[in-house]
Design a protein around this ligand. Structure first.
Ligand code: CP
Ligand code: NVA
Length: 301
């Protein structure tokens, strides 16, 4: 594994390796055992979109690993004034040991990997959010003891989260059901991967997707960059694509709830369900730190 660009590129064994290492690093962190595996290494973190969890967990994680993380706002870099991504990649490769990038186009992340010669980590694009889903899989496994055979249900927009959850869940042997409104389904590349798998279900009916689920997940109706579509999206999602008490009642009695955050309570999830599953949701947020440290160690040590 040279980069983390999208989960479609990873084998099941590579995902399991990351999750196992993440568990070990979490144990070391919580027991005060030093793990300065990336001493002297520098990670550049390029952000063209906002972030709380991704930025802070990468930055703190790199510090805990003995390395350094540099926050690079894309709007302050020459790339924003038209410097080509292939030149940026070649320059950054001379200074840094790895780059985490959050941006719009997946093609930009792939181009950095193609033209640079250091590991590239996708910290979210419009297409996918692999770091988040590694943390989600880690959290589900931590709470349930295993992943294989469990049913994952995603309700809502067929966005970056849906795309990565479908791929990650299926690669780990989970059953994956996704309920999205017509016109807001997951991306073609993901459906092409998932459709032949008998463990995959795509529907527009949330209750059908939630039936017998072991974990329910959702995400915002309008993602970063889609602010102008808010009203139209509200109309397409409201009243149906929400994790609420009725949906939970269709799932297994001990079903978990996960949300990548930030959440719009009252939209994709009720405040009541969010608060009654807050322990799992904030474990998921914490596990961003451990899962990303594992990714950095795999790619940069
Ligand atoms: N879940 C997630 O990626 O959060 P941030 O946008 O705060 O980084
Ligand atoms: N789908 C959301 C995820 C945020 C972590 C977005 O892209 O804005």
């Amino acid at each position: 594994m040279k980069h983390l660009l999208k989960l479609l590129d990873l084998s099941t064994e590579e995902i399991v390796d990351i999750l196992d290492l993440a568990d070990k690093l979490k144990y070391q962190k919580t027991h005060g055992i030093p793990h300065r595996i990336l001493e002297g290494k520098s990670l550049g973190m390029v952000f063209a979109k906002s972030s709380t969890r991704t930025r802070i967990s990468f930055e703190a994680g790199m510090f805990q690993l003995g390395g350094q993380a540099l926050f690079l706002s894309a709007s302050d870099m020459q790339i924003n004034r038209g410097e080509p991504v292939e030149d940026t990649a070649r320059v950054l490769s001379r200074y840094l040991d790895g780059i985490m990038i959050r941006t719009f186009a997946q093609a930009e992340v792939e181009a950095l990997a193609e033209h640079g010669d250091i590991p590239i980590i996708n910290g979210l694009t419009d297409f996918c959010h692999p770091c988040q889903v590694l943390a989600d899989l880690m959290t589900i496994r931590e709470h349930k003891g295993l992943l294989q055979g469990l049913k994952m249900c995603y309700i809502g927009d067929g966005n970056n989260m849906a795309n990565s959850l479908i791929v990650g869940g299926l690669k780990m042997g989970m059953k994956v059901a996704c309920a999205s409104p017509k016109g807001y389904e997951p991306w073609r590349e993901v459906l092409d991967f998932a459709a032949p798998n008998p463990d995959f279900l795509l529907t527009s009916e949330p209750l059908e997707a939630a039936a017998g689920a072991d974990v329910l997940l959702t995400d915002v109706w309008a993602s970063m960059g889609q602010e102008g579509e808010r009203a139209e999206r509200q109309a397409a999602f409201a009243g149906k694509y929400q994790i609420n008490a009725e949906l939970l009642a269709a799932a297994n009695p001990d079903a978990m709830v996960q949300h990548c955050l930030p959440a719009h309570k009252g939209e994709e999830i009720t405040a009541e369900v969010f608060e009654s599953h807050a322990a799992e949701i904030f474990d998921e947020a914490e596990n961003r730190l451990h899962a990303q440290k594992a990714v950095m160690v795999k790619l940069m040590s």
